[in-house]
Structures are given as structure tokens and as C-alpha cells.
Design a protein. Sequence first.
Length: 226
Amino acid sequence: LVVWCENLLPNHVSGQKQSSMATSNKVELAEALALGPAWRHFSYVMLYAPTPRALFGGRIPLRYAVLMHMRFDGRLGFPGGFVNDQCPSLEDGLNQELLNKLGEGVSTFSVVHTDYRNSFTDAKSKVVVHFYVKCLTLEQLQAVEARAPLAKDYGLEVFGLVRVPLYTLHDGVGGLPAFLENSFIGTTREQLLDALQDLEILDPQTVSVLKKRIAQHKQLLGLIGT
Ligand SMILES: O=c1[nH]cnc2c1ncn2[C@@H]1O[C@H](COP(=O)(O)OP(=O)(O)O)[C@@H](O)[C@H]1O
């Protein structure tokens, strides 16, 4: 958590902060690690597990339980956070943040280097965001969900865990399209869709349709001035 009192700033300034990740650039890990002491590193992870369960008497298979969380600022994001200089590695920092944010349910696994996916820099705020994806068993994921309310940061930086609905209902909106209309921190929404496509949980055509829908939704919000 980096404290930032948006309500103390004129709207146009807080608006600039909001859009800063739009200028983020993908970087190789080695390049990111060589950036120097002025840069702050953050690590986040998408935890997911296959599930055999299905909605509505088996008509809609859930397929996977993918975890995100509701943050203190009312936005959705992935669990993780700031990696301080004392941490021996990005993964150690991430595992410590997971313990604080998700609680003891994370004790059955660790995020390791092979779970790494990509890094993005935001030159304006001198922030580097590292992203990981970790496959768990359903039992491990359920243990995380069960123990999250006992975590140190629960009710403070974390307001609750959510699963991402991966299907689209008959109305064409219910399920994932409606979920994506929420407010997300940084580039998390795109990160989610890219990861689901890479893992072949969603096919490229579905992801492309969803991305177009997000762009239209953003345009609409811009038009009504929110
Ligand atoms: O889940 C995420 N994926 C990618 N970037 C994120 C995620 N959560 C936060 N960020 C970005 O990381 C930076 C630090 O975020 P923030 O200040 O909210 O830290 P925190 O997550 O430790 O509370 C910001 O640039 C924010 O946009």
C-alpha cells in the first residue's frame, strides 16, 4: 500500500495518477532488476485451480476457480504488493505479502521463479510491477479462501476475495462480461484476460471480443464523465 490521498488533489491531478499505468511498458526481468534504487518493485499473483463444479444442475461448468480480491480502494486486483529492499527475492517479497493479505491458508505453497510471467514499468511513478501465475489444487485454493478473513490485512487492505466467473450467460452480459465492468487497479483487467488466454482457459476470439467490449465500456464512461 502506498498512501495517496486522492481527495486532497484537484481532479485533473488524480486523473493523471489513475491513467499512469496506461503508459506502462513491458520489460525483461533482468532489465527491470537493473533499474536502480529509485524504483519501487511490486509483485502480484493470479492464483487459480481447476474445479469440477458446475452451475444450474451441471449446465454451466465453472472449470477453474480464479482468485482476485476487492482492495481497500474499492477496485479489484490480484493479491501481492510492495517488495521492500530487504527481501532476498521478488518471490520472497510476494510470499510475505500473500501471508499478510491472504493469511495462513497460503502455507501449503510458495510462489517460485517458474511462476513468473512478465514485468511492466511505469516511468512516471518509477514503479515496476511483476506478475506471476500459480496453479493450485482446489483444496489449496479453498484453504486460502477459508482463512482469508483471519489474515493480518483483512478488513484493512483486503476487503474480500472473489472468484472470477469464466462463462457468459445467455443474455450475453452475465458472467465474465459483467464482471469486467467493475473497476480494476492498474492494468489488472488486461492482465487477467491475457493470462486466461495464455493458459488456454479462454480462447483468443473470446478474449478479443471481451477486450473490444471493455474499450467500448471505457469510452462510454468517458462520455458520461465518470
Ligand atoms: O494486481 C495488480 N496487477 C498489476 N498492477 C497492480 C496490481 N495491483 C496494483 N498494481 C499497480 O501497482 C502499483 C502499486 O499499487 P498500490 O500502490 O495500490 O500498492 P498495493 O497493491 O501494495 O496496495 C500501482 O502502479 C498499481 O497500479
